[in-house]
Write a protein that binds this ligand. Structure first.
Ligand SMILES: Cc1ncc(COP(=O)(O)O)c(C=O)c1O
Length: 480
């Protein structure tokens, strides 16, 4: 069994094994014609059920054959131009190389004595990101597992900085289309059920700052404590960017922590064309960025950034066995002092490799391309009488709904759109997402693949219309 341990004596075995795996994936990527095979849960489950984990195959090639059957063959492939569903990006090769390196060396970024250069690389990337945001000379931050964790940590710091000991008094203000991790965080942080005040958005799906001002005033008047305003820079559905400068003004006026959830919109930090859309982000107290959304990084790769490094002390605990207090005086950099996690992946290496090979402009160019594609898609949809499209994109999503000329019942139109999404998924021809807008079912394209073209968008719209028509035709037959 020792031959499976990665060490000085097994370097050749490691090279062969990993190369074999890489060859399989490369072959799969090169020959994948659709983003999904359309396999059903019922068809796939028995293949996995029948594998006896207590009977190993003892042969890498055989295990890779098996893996093809239970995973690779039917995986959902984000690199395919017709994967248009969630906030998953195709990944850049330097980052995948970084992933291979980081898992083999397996540094843990909690302490200096488990990572050395890894810690310094992560710190440099945090500084780089803070510089791009403009958070100022005292900024800091730490890599996290994702946007949800980044939001949780930012709100933890905001809670600790709030001027009350009564959790029930605290209020968080976020737009009605903010990410659900805000509400989840409030719950995890022990705040009351009504802690998150939902601020309405306008037709552009951006937070209405007049309503925010009114709610902040009301909060103060009722003796409650405004803990944080969460401004979303790139809402999950619409990619809309809340008006950051106006929100910053209100936060200053009311003395409230400003958190910017830029999990999606952070790609603009590298943009050559659209960086201005994030103006005002530099006034935040904390920022969430998900490199695994708009920096083309493999999952996971995220960070929480703070204007004042000192606020990270709210996540600090010392343990004699890991990061004794004296190490602070000795200036030993232990990232665990800033993190909710202890053992932590060296995800930063992927971004490092990306920036060193491609440069930030390269990443920004890719993100600009998908923003431009979304603008083209918007024009297609706006000109197509078969569809209703909700809002012109600020980033790279399109939310729309098929509206048949002959049908007026909104519930029937809902069903046709739900059917179209399901049928498309089952066909594997394309994968699209869905959401609700004012109680009605809509479909969503999240465009993060620069290889997707306007022709792809047009073709997928035709497929959706075809499936919806089929549903409505069958529905008429059923009724007659
Ligand atoms: C705006 C926003 N914030 C936070 C998150 C959560 O990020 P993660 O899935 O990395 O936890 C998402 C995910 O889609 C998001 O869109």
């Amino acid at each position: 069994m020792r031959s499976h341990l990665l060490n000085d004596t097994t370097a050749e075995h490691y090279r062969r094994s990993v190369t074999e795996g890489v060859e399989r994936v490369a072959a799969k990527l090169a020959t994948t014609e659709r983003p999904f095979t359309g396999v059903s849960v019922d068809a796939l489950s028995p293949l996995i059920d029948r594998i006896d984990l207590d009977r190993p195959l003892h042969d890498t090639a055989a295990v890779l054959d098996e893996l093809d059957e239970v995973y690779l063959r039917d995986a959902v492939y984000f690199h395919h131009p017709r994967y248009l569903a969630h906030l998953n990006c195709p990944v850049v090769i330097p980052a995948v190389l970084g992933e291979a390196v980081l898992s083999a060396v397996n540094s843990s970024l909690d302490t200096w004595d488990q990572s050395a250069g890894g810690t310094l690389i992560e710190r440099k990337l945090i500084d780089w990101t803070n510089e791009r945001i403009g958070l100022g000379p005292h900024a800091d931050g730490v890599f996290t597992s994702g946007g949800s964790q980044s939001n949780l940590q930012a709100l933890l710091l905001a809670r600790e900085e709030a001027k009350t000991d009564s959790l029930a008094e605290l209020r968080i203000f976020a737009s009605e289309v903010s990410h659900f991790s805000v509400k989840k965080s409030a719950k995890l942080l022990g705040l009351g059920q009504d802690a998150v005040v939902s601020i309405p958005v306008g037709a552009d799906k951006r937070m209405q700052t007049v309503a925010l001002a009114r709610e902040l005033e009301r909060c103060k008047d009722s003796g409650l404590v405004p803990m944080a305003v969460v401004a979303t820079s790139g809402t999950t559905d619409f990619g809309s960017i809340d008006p950051l400068p106006e929100i910053a003004e209100l936060c200053e006026q009311f003395g409230v922590w400003m958190h910017v959830d830029a999990a999606y919109g952070c790609g603009l930090l590298a943009s050559l064309k659209y960086r201005g859309r994030l103006d005002g982000i530099e006034r935040a107290d904390s920022v969430t960025v998900d490199y695994h959304k708009s920096f083309f990084q493999p999952v996971s790769s995220s960070a929480v950034l703070v204007r004042d490094a000192d606020t990270l002390r709210h996540a600090t605990y010392h343990a004699e066995y890991l990061n004794p207090r004296r190490m602070v005086q000795e200036r030993i950099p232990n990232q665990v002092d800033k993190s909710l996690q202890t053992t932590r992946r060296f995800d930063a290496l992927k971004l490092w490799m990306t920036l060193r090979v491609m440069g930030a402009d390269g990443v920004g160019q890719l993100f600009d391309e998908v923003c431009d594609l979304a603008a083209e898609g918007w024009k297609l949809l706006a000109a197509d009488p078969r569809f209703d499209v909700v809002v012109e994109p600020s980033l790279s999503t399109l939310v729309f709904r098929y509206i048949p000329a002959a049908v007026t019942d909104p519930a029937e139109i809902d069903r046709a759109n739900l059917y179209a999404r399901k049928a498309l998924f089952a066909s594997g021809d394309a994968v699209v997402a869905g959401t609700k807008v004012v109680g009605r079912h809509y479909l969503k394209f999240t465009l993060l693949n620069p290889e997707t073209t306007a022709d792809d968008i047009a073709a997928v719209l035709d497929l959706i219309a075809g499936h919806a028509e089929q549903y409505l035709g069958e529905s008429l037959d059923r009724a007659s």
